[in-house]
Design a protein around this ligand. Structure first.
Ligand code: ATP
Ligand code: MG
Length: 415
């Protein structure tokens, strides 16, 4: 039986044109992150399942429905990473980096979530990620938001996004708010969705993140976190807002903003856009002061964000075309070898060279034009016998003969 020749639902192939945009996003990210003195970290694509189940929270969508979990040949339960933070926190502990705080990491790579695929929502997607581990001050949150804002500005999309900001408070505020939510949602339990009913005991805050339309109507009248924040939480939030204002980073407080994972405290934020339809969150994150302890390490504060590369690529639109190649076209079998040497020399001199192999001259010139070649080097038998090569200026439609030994130098005019 023939193999099923299609990619698995929710996965896609990144062809060269899209790969350029992808690379633009990653390279811009790398440059900005390095400027903020972050160091690159790469963690494995899979981890022991408990790294995610313990840190993300048992009642979250990611853990209950979206993880790609399997038992490997050693009998271990393994999960393809659905997000970066848990793995980076695990790496922080397994490499004994507690002595080296603060740690400032950046990373990018593929993530895996078994969700319902739609535009901007894939099962294998890619994220950019930054984390500051070991800083309890609000300035770290501000710095990470500034990094995000610089990245979006450099990608030319800052004016298409809104920074939505909220606080989830410290543990005490959260416990008080939790009680208020349980009281409120318990009164509406018969109309809540099944998922939300299940969350009522485990983590009622998660109900606020529900996408169910019926739930949304109930959520609209739910108590607001703002009314349950203690002094310390309010002061922390005020510091974040003041820091953003000092850097002229625009934001909008959204008291309804909650994040999908359990480990967040204090700052929660999302950069959202209207330009991508339903999947409008391009970058999201917050503070996770309890996470590392949850994983079995010493109490260590942390803050970070992640951004979907596919969503950023869609947002940046088409790129200006890249540098133009030179097409080397041998005419006749006897010129093949010389053509290859010419291509080789030109590449070593820094030119982008496309080598054509067969087809009549017309076809090959058509291909050269399709590649947006700036010039064609036509290696003909007669010319070669005279020690010359033809360079055709594909923009002007003119051609000149150049001595073989001056060819590569002559190509400089077509860079
Ligand atoms: P959503 O509410 O869209 O499901 P989320 O809260 O699950 O997002 P995070 O876990 O915060 O998302 O991930 C950070 C970013 O990664 C998102 O803002 C988005 O840009 C991107 N992202 C998340 N899930 C997907 C996916 N399935 N496909 C493509 N990008 C995604
Ligand atoms: Mg999600």
């Amino acid at each position: 039986m023939a193999a099923r020749l299609q990619s698995v639902r929710g996965t896609h192939d990144i062809l060269p044109e899209e790969a350029r945009k992808f690379r633009r996003v990653v390279e811009t990210f790398r440059a900005v992150a390095e400027r903020y003195a972050f160091g690159e970290i790469a963690t494995p694509i899979f981890e022991f399942t408990e790294v995610f189940s313990r840190s993300l929270g048992e009642a979250t969508d990611v853990v209950t429905k979206e993880m790609y979990t399997f038992t490997d040949r050693s009998g271990d339960s393994i999960t393809l990473r659905p997000e970066y933070t848990a793995g980076i926190a695990r790496a922080f502990l397994s490499n004994g980096l507690q002595q080296e705080t603060p740690c400032r990491f950046y990373a990018w790579g593929p993530m895996f979530r078994h969700e319902r695929p739609q535009k901007g929502r894939l099962r294998q997607f890619h994220q950019l990620d930054v984390e500051i581990i070991g800083v309890a001050e609000a300035q770290a949150d501000v710095e990470l938001l500034a990094l995000a804002y610089d990245l979006l500005s450099e990608l030319g999309v800052a004016d298409k996004v809104t920074l939505e900001l909220n606080t989830l408070g410290d543990h005490e505020s959260r416990a008080r708010y939790r009680d208020a939510l349980v009281k409120y949602f318990s009164a509406h339990v018969s109309t809540l969705s099944e998922d939300s009913r299940a969350r009522l005991d485990k983590n009622p805050l998660r109900i606020l993140d529900s996408k169910d339309a019926g739930d949304r109507a109930i959520i609209n009248n739910a108590p607001l976190f703002t009314d349950y924040l203690n002094e310390a939480s309010l002061a922390f939030f005020a510091d974040v807002k003041r820091g953003l204002e000092a850097l002229h980073i625009p934001y909008k407080v959204n008291p309804r903003l909650v994040r999908g994972l359990d480990y967040y405290t204090h700052t929660a934020f999302e950069f959202t856009t209207e330009a991508l339809g339903a999947q409008g969150t391009v970058l999201a994150g917050g503070r996770y002061d309890g996470l590392i302890e949850e994983l079995g390490g010493p109490a260590t504060p942390g803050v970070g964000w992640a951004s979907g590369i596919e969503r950023l690529s869609m947002l940046i639109g088409d790129l200006e075309p890249g540098p133009r190649p030179i097409a080397v076209i041998p005419v006749g079998a006897a010129t093949q070898e010389v053509a290859h040497i010419i291509a080789h020399d030109a590449r070593r001199a820094g030119h982008i060279v496309d080598m054509s192999y067969r087809g009549n001259m017309g076809k090959r010139l058509t291909r050269a034009n399709k590649l947006r070649a700036r010039a064609a080097v036509i290696v003909g038998e007669d010319e070669l016998a005279r020690g010359v090569i033809v360079i055709r200026d594909l923009d002007a439609g003119t051609q000149t003969e150049v001595p073989r030994d001056r060819l590569v130098a002559a190509l400089d005019a077509f860079r």
